[in-house]
Design a binder for this molecule. Structure first.
Ligand SMILES: C[S@@+](CC[C@H](N)C(=O)[O-])C[C@H]1O[C@@H](n2cnc3c(N)ncnc32)[C@H](O)[C@@H]1O
Length: 268
């Protein structure tokens, strides 16, 4: 598929991805969750939405080439780096990290966590294609990898997460759009005992007061009611948009102080 608006920016930046990627010429105000590119495979161009993760994970190297090579995504390093930095504080718990990686994708975050010394990393994603890609691309980085919808976790999922007793919940590039619902985040955080860490990033505008639902509202309520204590926040460039503009996110680390009241979850 081709399009007269398609720009001549054509890339090949990951050796496992043998096709090509090209970006459309678009206005800066194209919503982030509507971004797309075209990929060349077997001599044919086709359109791929950035949020069609299943389609992307099925193609070895495409996720890395698109988001990390072309769009310069830096979030796994930023979020895990902030967590690692805080752990050097003298009064921070020194036990090894046992991390639940929520919205895990194909394991780039887990790789950073292992580099930071995590002893156990359990991945959780709603897509079977994500688990397949993690096993294919980064075998061994996960202790376990669960495919489930945490809005309604199965009994097996609950047993596996209770068994691992995570002391950190990490979620990178998976909160704030129509990705992980507040209820799924709430359920994931319930497996982390008080004193554990919550590490995540969020697009900066989702911290505005006008976002009164979903994860934005849950976060606001948790901070205001001191259910969590914010330890560090850092504004940075998550990646670039398809019009070349920087997309600013905030990386945050919080300590879970008490169990989160269910009433703090406002759907959707
Ligand atoms: C942008 S990717 C980020 C992947 C990985 N964290 C990274 O930074 O490379 C967002 C991921 O969140 C996952 N996701 C979306 N909704 C989800 C949900 N309700 N529960 C679990 N994972 C979800 C997607 O399948 C996708 O793998």
């Amino acid at each position: 598929m081709s399009d007269e608006k398609t720009a001549a920016r054509v890339w090949q930046v990951d050796e496992r991805w043998t096709g090509r990627i090209r970006l459309p010429n678009v206005e800066k105000d194209t919503p982030q969750d509507e971004e797309w590119c075209e990929i060349l495979e077997n001599g044919e161009w086709s359109k791929v939405r950035f949020h069609d993760y299943a389609h992307i994970y099925e193609r070895p190297g495409l996720y890395e080439a698109l988001f990390y090579g072309l769009m310069k995504c830096d979030s796994p390093r930023r979020v895990v780096g902030l967590l690692k930095d805080l752990r050097t504080e003298p009064d921070w718990p020194q036990e090894p990290l046992r991390v639940l990686d929520l919205g895990a994708g194909n394991g780039i975050v887990a790789e950073e966590l292992r580099r930071a010394g995590a002893s156990r990393v359990v991945g959780l994603d709603i897509l079977p294609e994500a688990r397949m890609a993690a096993a294919r691309d980064r075998p061994g980085v996960y202790t376990d990898y669960i495919v489930d919808d945490l809005c309604q976790p199965s009994a097996t999922t609950k047993a596996r997460l209770n068994d691992m007793r995570p002391n950190a919940l990490v979620s990178v590039a998976a909160l704030g759009f129509c990705d992980i619902p507040a209820l799924a985040y709430y359920n994931a955080a319930s497996f982390v005992r008080p004193g554990g860490a919550l590490a995540f990033n969020i697009k900066e505008e989702f911290l505005d007061a006008r976002y009164t639902h979903g994860f934005s509202e849950l976060l606001r309520r948790m901070v205001e009611e001191r259910v969590v204590r914010l330890e560090a926040t850092r504004r940075y460039i998550h990646r670039y948009g398809i019009a070349g503009q920087p997309l600013h996110y905030t990386a945050m680390i919080a300590t879970k102080m008490t169990e989160i009241p269910r009433s703090m979850v406002v759907d959707p």
